[in-house]
Design a protein around this ligand. Structure first.
Ligand code: TRP
Length: 462
């Protein structure tokens, strides 16, 4: 017997859970480092344009599909397109992306646990920059530590998802999201007192062309997909727990707004610290794990700030891993009627195993340096690249095409406008979903394949 399908206790519950999915390592860890790598202000502007013109319309399309079908991705496409339709493959690609993204995401999320521990035990206090740099390298390449933390993070994720939609996911988001926002504002207050704050604001907000290349546009769009949790049915699945009469326009706007605000605030917390300590803005994956501890290590209240920061990072990551796990879990529940706990546990275990090579990607072993010799990238980077730069944009494009062209006009209009006083934006939304999103994403994909490069439109420096 299948259990009754879950639903949110309130609209606020949906907004917090969906914003919890969106706000994650993508905002606090990745956004600052890709911004740093791409030269700052101009990248941020392009990113904002991508969020509004591509991200937001897809988010509404996903939530609409979920709310309309009250089902997870595979079943949602089956219901609307017919069981044997090729559109259904999009749902399966979403489930596959869920397995893949969660498998490497949980590895980085695990690092936050190491850093909470190190901050609490005073291991990061009064250390030289070199010591802290070395510590990061040593930790992430230590198989026991990284596998252990990856396992712990997956265990907590599975436990929450096994608890159900309202009692597991919604309750966790209701506690963690406000806590996250408050700690982030506290840290922002601290960063505003630093000498480097002005320089950081200039870096984030004033558009300069140095370091900015055509590739940055691709990165900005990829980052928008990843940060807003789009293209694999996460927002679709969360939308499926919405009451059919809850409007989707304002709720989606809130989620996108919170996600974007938190990315910008994170940058405004991190860059002043980086600049005040003369650390490089283009610090890469280690930016928050190396630069911040270096800065914190010599401050009087540094240990406290460090505990706050890494706890907040872990919270942000957890509400995101939950959503990835939920796509996988609810898909198997909807498809086969299996019990939630069993599905969560079994799929979580598989995801942990898929993540093992990613956890071992940072040492000199086969999945790290060994594989780099073969493919030019570590296992981790291959997983990240394949899922975030290919599967998400492709999934998002197909979802936009499906909603824009395949769903019938009267149904689409009725679904979009039901429950919202904002139905007036329907035509603008439909235009974006029909033309702007597919064209924008197609350009990104063509560029990645190298076709535009062959035609001489810009070059990619990989
Ligand atoms: N958006 C999250 C972040 O920024 C990560 C995430 C959660 C995600 N669920 C997703 C990314 C679904 C893509 C698809 O960290």
């Amino acid at each position: 017997m299948s259990e009754k399908r879950g639903n949110w206790a309130s609209k606020l519950g949906f907004i917090l859970a969906a914003a919890g999915s969106a706000v994650g390592l993508g905002n606090i860890w990745k956004f600052p480092y890709v911004t740093g790598r791409n030269g700052g202000g101009l990248f941020v502007m392009v990113y904002l344009v991508c969020v509004v013109l591509v991200g937001l319309p897809i988010m509404m399309a996903e939530v609409l599909l979920g709310r309309a079908t009250q089902a997870s991705p595979v079943v949602a496409f089956r219901k609307l397109a017919g069981g044997r339709s090729p559109w259904v493959a999009t749902g399966w690609m979403g489930v596959a992306a869920g397995f893949m993204i969660l498998s490497f995401y949980s590895v980085v999320a695990g690092w936050t646990l190491m850093y909470i521990y190190l901050s609490l035990t005073g291991e990061l206090v009064a250390k030289s920059a070199d010591d802290i740099n070395n510590l990061f390298g040593a930790l992430v390449s230590n198989p026991g530590a990284s596998l252990g933390c990856h396992a712990m993070f997956m265990a907590v994720t599975v436990a929450v998802v096994a608890g159900g939609v309202q009692t597991g996911i919604e309750r966790t988001a209701r506690v963690l999201m406000p806590a996250l926002l408050i700690s982030l504002l506290l840290l922002l207050g601290y960063s505003m007192t630093l000498d480097g704050f002005g320089a950081a604001m200039t870096f984030i907000f004033s558009p300069r062309v140095d370091n900015f290349s055509a590739v940055a546009v691709l990165e900005a769009m990829g980052q928008a997909f990843f940060s807003l949790s789009l293209g694999m049915g996460a927002m679709l699945t969360y939308g499926s727990y919405l009451d059919r009469d809850t409007g989707i326009v304002k709720a989606s706007l809130w989620v996108a707004l919170l996600d974007t605000a938190i990315a910008i605030i994170s940058g405004s917390v991190i860059f002043p610290i980086v600049f005040s300590n003369n650390l490089p803005a283009a610090g890469g994956k280690g930016l928050v794990f190396k630069s911040l501890p270096i800065a914190f290590s010599n401050l009087p209240a540094g240990q406290f700030l460090s505990v706050v920061f890494f706890t907040l990072l872990a919270f942000a990551a957890l509400t995101s891993t939950i959503s990835l796990q939920e796509v996988v879990t609810s898909s198997f529940i909807d498809l086969y009627g299996w019990g939630r706990r069993k599905v969560a546990l079994a799929s979580g275990l598989v995801i942990f195993l898929v993540g093992v090579p990613s956890a071992l990607s940072f040492g000199d072993g086969f999945f790290g340096k060994g594989l780099t010799g073969l493919t030019g990238r570590s296992f981790f980077d291959n997983m990240e690249n394949l899922s975030s730069n290919w599967m998400l944009p492709l999934g998002g494009m197909i979802i936009a095409l499906f909603v824009g062209w395949r769903v019938k006009e009267d149904e689409r209009f009725e679904e979009f406008t039901r429950g919202t006083p904002w139905g007036g934006v329907y035509t603008a939304w439909l235009t974006l979903v029909r033309y702007v999103v597919p064209l924008g994403v197609a350009l990104v994909l063509l560029y990645q394949v190298g076709i535009l490069e062959m035609l001489g439109v810009g070059t990619i420096n990989k």
